[in-house]
Design a protein around this ligand. Structure first.
Ligand SMILES: *Cc1c(COP(=O)(O)O)cnc(C)c1O
Length: 464
């Protein structure tokens, strides 16, 4: 045995290395709720410590973990805490995080049942739970992917397969050259990853038939072009700025009758369909053909976790299919048939644990809680004439504007500098806005008030 092998056996058996990592992690968790949300410039500058040449000799694992903690932890963004409102992210539910921690020791590959029976079983179970929870047709299948970018890609790949197959064209064999032309219809505020997916599946962004949106960012049903059996229609559940939901009742049945494929990008919004109070936002979304949703955003699973749900198992699996002489088909479920990857980490474990822990009531409370605190933010920030909320806060997103674009930007940067909370910018109806996305279960009413206070303080500093 080489000395390196001996050293690694020792590290594996001795356990103190893992205890060290865990104890650093625990000390991180004990501080993360109260520390500055964004790392200090000093902490960011110290990241230069990582700029080193790859050592020739194997090193000391304990020293490496200490190094990672010393320079890495302070340079993280406190997304786990309750005052990070940037982009559309999310915290972690402790049970999901703990389940992930156990599963990292297993290092399972969830490609096939024969490779990991536990992953195969949990994927089956969660697929069934999701159908019930979200009120989707029983025939829906789920693929567990890295995020909604990938889920959107899978949905469009399935759509492309089915619409062409209906015209006796097998995309997997014949490819796109000389294939019957497909149409893509989506709204002007489709998420950038939708555009990426359209381009990845070879449909071409230049071919998109754009549809205007209303003042809340919802596709205007009356402005949809005539749909047909060559059309992929892409809707959204949760506009990335306003959080608005498209009107599925007005659109879906008609689109389906015309033979179109409907894909819904519901990265953070689809979970509204699992609630009592917000379910109305997703009314009739079950008439779509495919849905993309993230675990790692509003559901608060660890990264990376996305799901493609598809009511056409054949289209999904045929479009993502791979074969090989060494492939042994399982009796239950081989996860790789539902995703582009073969080897995949076992993200299903955290997703299973999060859903199992919360239960239906807990999921309802989590999602509605994000909405309630977004509303509280909107209410509190609009108390002074300095700030205006531009959107109807139907879900978890609040768009805040000051008197001028310059002031809006200046306030945003000042809020970021204060580090009490973190918010990013966007534009809405050609105006600069500060976008507040409430995505974390850890956000309390006190966090909201403290963050609103930080907005006021930022305004004072700028005005002074
Ligand atoms: C975040 C987001 C995506 C992309 O999801 P990832 O998980 O980051 O890949 C797509 N659509 C919408 C509406 C989003 O908010």
């Amino acid at each position: 045995m080489s000395t390196l092998q001996e050293k690694m056996f020792e590290e594996l058996k001795d356990g103190s290395l893992f205890q060290k990592a865990e104890s650093y992690g625990l000390s991180y968790l004990s501080e993360v709720l109260n520390r500055n949300v964004y790392p200090s410039s000093e902490a960011i500058d110290k990241l230069a410590e990582f700029e080193e040449v790859l050592p020739v000799e194997s090193g000391d694992a304990h020293a490496l973990i200490t190094r990672l903690h010393s320079y890495g932890s302070p340079a993280t963004v406190a997304q786990v805490g309750g005052r990070y409102f940037g982009f559309v992210n999310g915290s972690v539910i402790p049970a999901g995080l703990a389940a992930k921690n156990l599963s990292i020791f297993w290092d399972q590959n969830s490609a096939m049942q024969v490779i990991s029976p536990i992953c195969s079983k949990l994927e089956m179970v969660v697929q069934n739970w999701l159908i019930e929870l979200l009120g989707l047709p029983k025939s829906v299948v789920a693929g567990f992917v890295s995020g909604t970018s990938m889920a959107n890609f899978c949905g469009l790949a399935a759509a492309r397969y089915r619409l062409l197959k209906n015209k006796d064209w097998d995309i997997t064999e014949q490819g796109l050259f000389d294939a019957p032309k497909l149409r893509v219809v989506t709204c002007r505020q489709a998420h950038s990853t939708i555009l990426k997916a359209i381009s990845l599946v070879g449909l071409g962004k230049g071919n998109i038939e754009w549809v205007d949106v209303d003042a809340q960012g919802r596709i205007i049903p009356e402005q949809l072009p005539e749909l047909d059996d060559s059309t992929i229609l892409i809707l959204q559940a949760g506009n990335v700025n306003s959080g608005a939901f498209d009107d599925y009742s007005k659109i879906c049945k008609k689109a389906k009758a015309a033979g179109a494929w409907i894909h819904i990008d519901g990265a953070f919004g689809l979970w509204a369909g699992a609630t009592t109070r917000l379910k109305h936002l997703t009314k009739d979304y079950e008439y779509a053909d495919s849905w993309a949703v993230d675990g790692h955003k509003t559901l608060n699973t660890p990264y990376d976790s996305g799901i493609i749900l598809c009511d056409d198992a054949e289209a999904l699996t045929a479009s993502l299919h791979m074969t090989g002489s060494y492939i042994i088909k399982g009796d239950e479920r081989d996860g790789m048939y539902y995703t582009p990857e073969m080897s995949r980490r076992s993200r299903i474990i955290e997703l299973w644990a999060t859903l199992r822990y919360l239960g239906k009531k807990g999921i309802d409370e989590l999602i509605c809680g994000l909405h309630d605190r977004a509303q509280l933010f909107a209410e509190e920030i609009s108390r002074t004439p300095n700030f205006k909320v531009l959107n109807e806060v139907v879900f978890n997103q609040v768009l805040v504007q000051c008197e001028t674009d310059e002031l809006t930007e200046a306030v945003m940067y000042e809020v970021q500098k204060l580090r009490e909370c973190w918010v990013g910018g966007s534009s809405w109806q050609n105006k600069k806005v500060i976008r507040v996305s409430v995505c974390s279960w850890t956000t309390t009413d006190a966090d909201i008030l403290r963050s609103v206070h930080s907005f006021h303080k930022a305004m004072e500093i700028i005005r002074a």
